[in-house]
Design a protein around this ligand. Structure first.
Ligand SMILES: Cc1cc2nc3c(=O)[nH]c(=O)nc-3n(C[C@H](O)[C@H](O)[C@H](O)COP(=O)(O)OP(=O)(O)OC[C@H]3O[C@@H](n4cnc5c(N)ncnc54)[C@H](O)[C@@H]3O)c2cc1C
Length: 479
């Protein structure tokens, strides 16, 4: 791999960056990585390509009215890294002009549910150590109700805590700001185009224990782009290009929005975000008279046949067959099951709005991994290919800092604890089936078990959409 020999002030120049780098994807991972590469004075050629004609991409996972910015994690490495990101949101340009609001986060759970209770306890310990008095334990339902007097607390809530050090970001505006920062560097060639295939060749002998080398990408219009290093930051679509079965999959999560009056907006604007880890339901304070109700759960799978993607098992030969991969579905309606969950959450958390009609609903796509860990690592069998994905429904907050970590990982100097967390996943654990074994369709499925997920496991989007009002199957699915 030709190197520029660029001096890297953050990484000690351990592994020099290659001359040409192509980033595929302009969401949180792609933009943050491009910014880090540009600001490390990489003198080589950096290109970023996205299939969306606009960045922010309205269909990308990084774009929405709001995202929770929290250090409230059950696992310490994420809590610590999130605290560094929050510092950027709070006290630098990242959070200015309304992009970040520090309103606090109320995390609650219910002892009557099997989900979320342990997560809330561990998360409390982690943020208490970071934020001290800004974190208040709320051991009873009454204590919770005191913090959110306007919000009803669901009957089953048994306690939680509030962290006044957390907040929320205007997701679309954050992405727009990152893109603007990138444009200002003048160092990254930003293009529009859909990558349909990774190009690879058999190397002359092994390098880094790998036989294959990715040389670039092929686009939908038939042209190709070559690069010394291709970084896939393609989010929930990544499984189309690289075989991630049993390692990562797109899961659809429901969002709904209601319109509120000026008076209601004023009343709710400064409330803390409420996240119930036992049900997965959360409500972020409204902006511009629109209130969002959403669910963080196991989500829906959306299996689709795709040509066999680049795999650790296969060579560069033309794909002759297809595999089934869960992928995002553009503009899909939300199933009745999801709509009902949002309605129940409104009834429980904001009873005054229980019957307010939804003005918009949406399915947003997580890139879920078995443990909820990101995948920020070189591909195990192909040189010249790096992955920066696996957001698992919690990567947005890291927008100001994740790119630096990606570049550290490329250069081999990422903090070993994070490197271990974000290494190539061994895959979902299915009894008696080892890495690389043909696990069949069931074995390829990923449900994130990081302790934060709740709800029913195994929902398939098309099946849910095909159900009628009483849960029976009706003909003519909406997908
Ligand atoms: C409903 C929802 C709520 C969330 N809430 C939170 C939260 O509260 N806090 C938090 O921190 N995180 C949250 N997240 C997670 C966070 O938003 C994601 O982890 C993060 O935005 C993922 O970024 P990404 O870059 O991987 O994906 P994306 O933003 O989707 O970017 C991927 C880009 O790659 C492009 N692309 C894909 N395939 C190709 C191709 N073949 N060729 C060219 N371009 C391609 C796409 O067009 C897209 O623009 C939430 C996510 C969702 C969906």
């Amino acid at each position: 791999m030709p190197a520029t020999g660029a001096v890297d002030k953050n990484c000690g120049g351990k592994t020099p960056l290659p001359s040409s780098i192509l980033i595929v994807g302009g969401g949180v991972f792609g933009l943050s990585t491009a910014l880090a590469l540009a600001t490390r004075h990489h003198s080589g050629k950096i290109t970023l390509i996205d299939s969306s004609p606009t960045i922010p991409n309205p269909h990308g996972s990084s774009v929405d009215s709001s995202r929770i910015i929290r250090a409230d994690y059950a696992r310490e490495p994420y809590a610590k890294l999130a605290a560094t990101a929050i510092e950027k949101w709070r006290s630098t340009d990242w959070g200015r002009e309304g992009r970040y609001t520090q309103n606090g986060l109320l995390l609650v759970s219910s002892n009557r549910h099997k989900f979320g209770v342990e997560y809330v306890k561990s998360s409390y310990d982690n943020v208490k150590a970071i934020y001290g008095d800004a974190v208040e334990a709320l051991p009873t339902k009454e204590a919770v109700a005191n913090v959110v007097p306007g919000y009803g607390t669901a009957e089953h809530v048994t306690g939680g805590y509030v962290n006044w050090g957390s907040g929320w970001a205007h997701a679309e505006e954050g992405v727009r700001f990152a893109k603007k920062k990138l444009d200002e560097t003048g160092k990254v060639d930003i293009r529009t185009g859909e990558v349909v295939k990774l190009l690879s060749v058999l190397e002359n002998g092994e390098r880094n224990g790998k036989q294959w080398k990715v040389t670039g990408v092929q686009l939908a219009d038939g042209t190709s782009i070559t690069a010394d290093l291709v970084i896939l930051a393609t989010g929930a679509w990544t499984g189309r290009l690289v075989d991630l079965r049993d390692k990562a999959q797109a899961t659809g999560q429901v969002l709904s929005y209601i319109r509120i009056s000026d008076e209601e907006q004023a009343k709710l604007a400064n409330m803390p975000t409420v996240l119930n880890f036992s049900t997965g339901m959360f409500i972020i304070p409204p902006r511009n008279n629109v209130l969002k109700i959403a669910r963080h759960a196991y989500g829906y799978r959306n299996p689709k046949p795709v040509p066999v993607p680049l795999s650790t098992q296969q060579s560069n030969h033309e794909a002759t067959t297809t595999v089934e991969v869960s992928l995002p579905e553009k503009d899909a309606p939300i199933p009745l099951e999801g709509e009902r969950a949002c309605r129940t959450a409104l009834r429980e958390m904001l009873p005054a709005f229980a019957n307010r009609p939804f003005i918009k609903t949406r399915i947003c796509w997580y890139t879920d991994t078995p443990e909820g860990d990101f995948i920020i690592t070189h591909h195990p069998t192909h040189n010249g290919l790096f992955l920066a994905t696996g957001g698992s429904g919690h990567a947005y907050k890291f927008l100001p800092v994740i790119g630096e970590k990606v570049v550290d990982a490329i250069q081999g100097c990422l903090d070993p604890e994070l490197a271990a967390l974000w290494s190539w996943p061994t895959g979902s654990q299915h009894e008696g089936e080892g890495e690389g074994a043909d696990k069949g369709e069931e074995g390829s499925i990923v449900w994130t078990e990081d302790g934060s997920r709740s709800g029913e496991k195994g929902l398939v989007l098309a099946e849910e959409l095909a159900k009628g009002k009483n849960g029976e199957m009706v003909t003519g699915s909406k997908l």
